[in-house]
Design a protein around this ligand. Structure first.
Ligand code: GTP
Ligand code: SPV
Ligand code: MN
Length: 596
């Protein structure tokens, strides 16, 4: 039974069903009864395993195909009318060609299967900033994940009414054939087609495909921004809460920073961190001429390995109920899960993420490095009371960052908004397991949006600059790097909860209550202004983190930076007339500063 009379919705579903020929069509109404029936069905077919309901109530386990464990950037396309609109950093396909090519793949792909219709909202239902999507999929796993990651069901269709303004998402598992895997975005048509994958970012179409690729395009047209950012609030001892958003590339620490627990000394003084979001932020100009951020998602699709009671207790607590685990170790003895870095006691007699018997002593990893949990945000012990506030939260600071073994100091501040846009545009980071391909290779990843910008990134930078012109009260812009290594390959900074020490400096800079050294790249802290009180970190052997070690990771080394300038020039050269003049000028200034 259709849950709406919206003609645009019904006609489109008819058209997609005529192409994919499912045996039947089921509308996802948002009810718990329907979800429970789908879970039971997925368990009966082996698509999911029900975990120990005493230890992990409402939790399930899923394995993807071994060839289908991460986003596939090489097979992700922006299908805009011209290649120039997609820009030099995106794969491009002509829309007509893309529809024709993919139609052949989708044709008859749901024969013998059910098509589920998932109406979903990105943003709290009823919020003026929320946007509607509908995903058609033949995967129960996708339905159950979308129920956690977004707001789904009939209420969304009621909000949509007769409007034609919704994202049209089509997903079919097909044969999970890598050679026929395509993630196609049609920003001008509000449309996403995804086939031959069953993995997270490729198939949960509300997430990267809509809330970043399509939404970034919409933001460009409508005067707002969609960013790959966490959002957090820092409650100060005086009760006031300040908000920060931060863009780090995939698997570079957003979930961890968003849920951070400050060091003991700060907790005792009354500081507390609240999580508003861990992956995506939609930013709009507010009535004070500043930027406010909303988290369009309703759950966390977080990296499992490395998550533990010490590194991120809030994330771990979020996964103790109503969570779907994908590609971690399955402990069939007690119906629980495990991953590398959870604790030092890997369970014996278990199956690894591929479903093979696994010996923890073998040296082979039991969980895939990009194994994930899908957990409701409401489970998070530090979820912000404002996480669903339709108006969003006002930002004091925007932070960029990445994994850089060398070069980038622990933290620095841009001189002003335009320089901040430059700092975001020159971001680089070592690649991670979140996308298929080599891991650990430094690549430029502007604003952590390289895989997610739905249009020409030169125009996207111009949009950032144009937004700045409209902001009378812009957030201050910073860059951080938790990942500097010493000559022996050891992390020089403790990271995790101790990153709060850097956030404190950032807030003090926003208030203007602390000085800094002006360097070639921007404002760098004086070492004595970062509070190391109570810090207990041994870098290696018996070398403890102290103020001298801190000085080392605050250093700006011109030789490294000049190498970076050369690589930034290569990136910028790709954009031709789409490169904003302001950024070219900033690059000249950086080079001049470094060679002075
Ligand atoms: P996506 O969900 O892929 O967008 O990633 P994310 O940015 O949310 O990454 P996440 O917070 O899950 O971090 C992934 C990896 O970074 C894990 O292996 C963490 O252990 C590691 N990590 C996070 N924060 C820190 C830190 O402060 N220092 C160090 N050394 N590692 C960190
Ligand atoms: C990322 O890769 O940045 C993720 C995971 O957050 S996915 O949803 O698969 O894109
Ligand atoms: Mn992400």
């Amino acid at each position: 039974m259709a849950l709406t009379t919206n003609k645009a919705v019904l006609n489109w579903i008819d058209e997609m069903a005529a192409m994919t020929t499912p045996d039947n069509i089921v509308w996802i109404d948002g009810s718990e009864e329907q979800a429970e029936a789908l879970r039971a069905q997925a368990v009966a077919t082996g698509e999911m395993i029900k975990l120990n309901q005493e230890k992990l109530p409402g939790c399930y386990y899923h394995r993807t195909a071994v060839n289908d464990v991460a986003r596939v950037e090489g097979r992700t396309f922006i299908c805009a009318p011209t290649k120039e609109l997609a820009g030099p950093t995106n794969n491009w396909m002509d829309p007509a060609e893309a529809y024709a090519m993919a139609s052949e793949i989708f044709k008859g792909s749901m024969k013998g299967r059910t098509m589920y219709v998932i109406p979903f909202s990105m943003g709290a239902i009823g919020s003026p900033f929320a946007k509607v999507g509908i995903e058609l999929t033949d995967s129960i796993y996708v339905v159950l994940n979308m129920r956690i990651m977004t707001r789904t069901g009939k209420a969304v269709l009621d909000m949509l009414g007769d409007s034609e303004d919704f994202v049209h998402g089509l997903h079919a598992k097909c044969d999970i054939d890598e050679e026929k895997r395509y993630i196609l975005q049609f920003p001008q048509d509000n449309t996403i087609w995804s086939c031959n994958s069953g993995y997270g970012g490729n198939v949960l179409l509300g997430k990267k495909c809509f809330a970043l690729r399509i939404a970034s395009y919409q933001g460009w047209k409508e005067g707002w921004m969609a960013e790959h950012m966490l959002i957090l609030g820092i409650e100060q001892p005086n009760g006031e809460t300040k908000y920060i958003s931060a863009a780090f590339p995939s698997a570079c620490g957003k979930t961890n920073l968003a849920m951070l627990i400050p060091p003991k000394e700060y907790l005792e003084k009354g500081y507390k961190v609240w999580c508003v979001g861990d992956d995506i932020a939609w930013l709009r100009i507010n009535e004070n001429g500043g930027l406010s951020a909303v988290n369009p998602e309703a759950g966390f699709f977080g990296v499992a390995p490395g998550t533990n009671e010490k590194s991120n207790p809030n994330a771990l607590a979020s996964t103790r109920k109503g969570t779907i685990f994908t590609n971690v170790v399955y402990n069939q003895n007690d119906g629980t899960v495990w991953w590398e870095g959870l604790d030092k006691n890997p369970p014996k007699g278990c199956d690894d993420w591929k479903g093979n018997p696994w010996d923890p002593e073998s040296g082979v990893k039991g969980a895939h490095p990009n194994s994930r949990f899908t957990a409701p945000a409401a489970n998070c012990p530090c979820i912000s009371p404002k996480w669903e506030d339709p108006a969003g939260v006002p930002l004091s600071a925007i932070v960029f960052g990445g994994r850089r073994a060398k070069c980038a100091p622990l933290v620095y501040q841009s001189r002003d908004w335009n320089h901040g846009v430059f700092v975001g545009s020159i971001m680089a980071s070592e690649t991670t397991a979140a996308a298929s391909g080599a891991v650990g290779v430094v690549r430029r990843d502007p604003m952590a949006m390289l895989p997610f910008c739905g249009y020409n990134m030169g125009d996207y930078w111009q949009h950032w600059l144009d937004m700045g012109k409209k902001l009378t009260n812009p957030p201050k812009v910073f860059n951080v790097n938790w990942f500097r290594l010493n000559e022996n390959g050891k992390f020089m900074w403790p990271g995790f909860g101790d990153n709060f020490r850097v956030l404190e400096w950032i807030l003090k800079r926003c208030e203007g209550s602390v000085g800094a050294d002006e360097t070639a790249i921007g404002y760098v802290p004086k070492a004595e202004d970062i509070n190391l009180e109570g810090l207990d970190y041994t870098i290696e052997g018996d070398k403890k983190m102290d103020i001298d070690a801190l000085r080392e990771i605050l250093k700006v080394e011109p030789s490294y930076w000049l190498e970076d300038v050369a690589s930034i020039k290569e990136l910028y050269a790709k954009f031709g007339t789409h490169l904003p003049k302001e950024l070219a000028d900033e690059l000249d200034r950086l080079e001049a500063n470094l060679t002075k």
